[in-house]
Design a protein around this ligand. Structure first.
Ligand code: CA
Length: 236
């Protein structure tokens, strides 16, 4: 990973000096090796010459914008899957959506807390490490961890109730398969339970609401007259 020791290398592309200093200082204290570029074109060049383990990109930068850098790095084989966190200004919802659709894994709104940033960095780096995926179901940007009982979409943790968790687990196990409401009741609630099949609809509705934010793609398919399934084209 990193040239010296085992520290994950983070490239911070940010033109606000005070913020860059604060973030660098704190990330170094958390055990990361931090490189800083104050201009977009400089960041772009460093990503070509020596890709880090993760990049934090400010949206508005002199030279080349964060979005453009993101687009470029996604187009190159060496950085196609590089974890990217985009920094945006408060209230710029459109930017966030554009950021995610351009290929950022996560975004964080300024002003943000450093512990929040650190948590997201760690989540993304965990996801990028293949040795950690053993007990996980992964589809597109959704990760369900059976051991910790946690679900993430990108770096965002999704808090599901136990029923929604089991429901998602069931659906993610066999992407593309359509389950009837009765089959889901059996699998998720248990055979002996007598529950109205509409209960399934209620819980699928809750699951969907938690899973998809803004214009994120809904991974659950409703098949009229049949039931529900996990979209096997999701994330592809
Ligand atoms: Ca800026």
């Amino acid at each position: 990973m990193a040239p010296n020791g085992n520290k994950p290398r983070i490239l911070l592309v940010e033109d606000e000096d005070a913020l860059a200093t604060l973030v660098s200082y704190n990330l170094e204290a958390e055990g990361f090796e931090v490189e800083h570029a104050a201009r977009g074109d400089e960041g772009d060049l460093r990503l070509i010459e020596n890709p880090p383990d993760l990049v934090i990109l400010d949206w508005m930068l002199p030279g080349v914008s964060g979005i453009e850098i993101c687009r470029r790095l996604r187009a190159r084989d060496e950085t196609k899957t590089l974890p990217v966190i985009m920094l945006t200004a408060r209230g710029q919802e459109d930017e966030r959506i554009r950021g995610l659709s351009t290929g950022a894994d996560d975004y964080i709104v300024k002003p943000f807390s450093v512990p929040e940033l650190v948590a997201r960095i760690r989540a993304l780096l965990r996801r990028a490490s293949p040795e950690r995926v053993a007990d996980q179901l992964v589809a597109g940007d959704i990760v369900l961890d059976r051991t910790s009982k946690r679900v993430h979409r990108g770096a965002r943790e999704i808090n599901l109730g136990p029923t929604e968790f089991r429901l998602l687990e069931q659906l993610m196990e066999k992407p593309g398969r359509v389950y009837t409401r009765g089959q889901l009741l059996d699998a998720v609630w248990g055979m002996s339970v007598e529950i109205d099949e509409r209960t399934v609809d209620v819980h699928v509705g809750r699951l969907r609401k938690e899973l998809s934010f803004g214009r994120e793609k809904d991974p659950i398919r409703t098949v009229r007259g049949a039931g529900y399934g996990f979209d096997d084209t999701f994330g592809k």
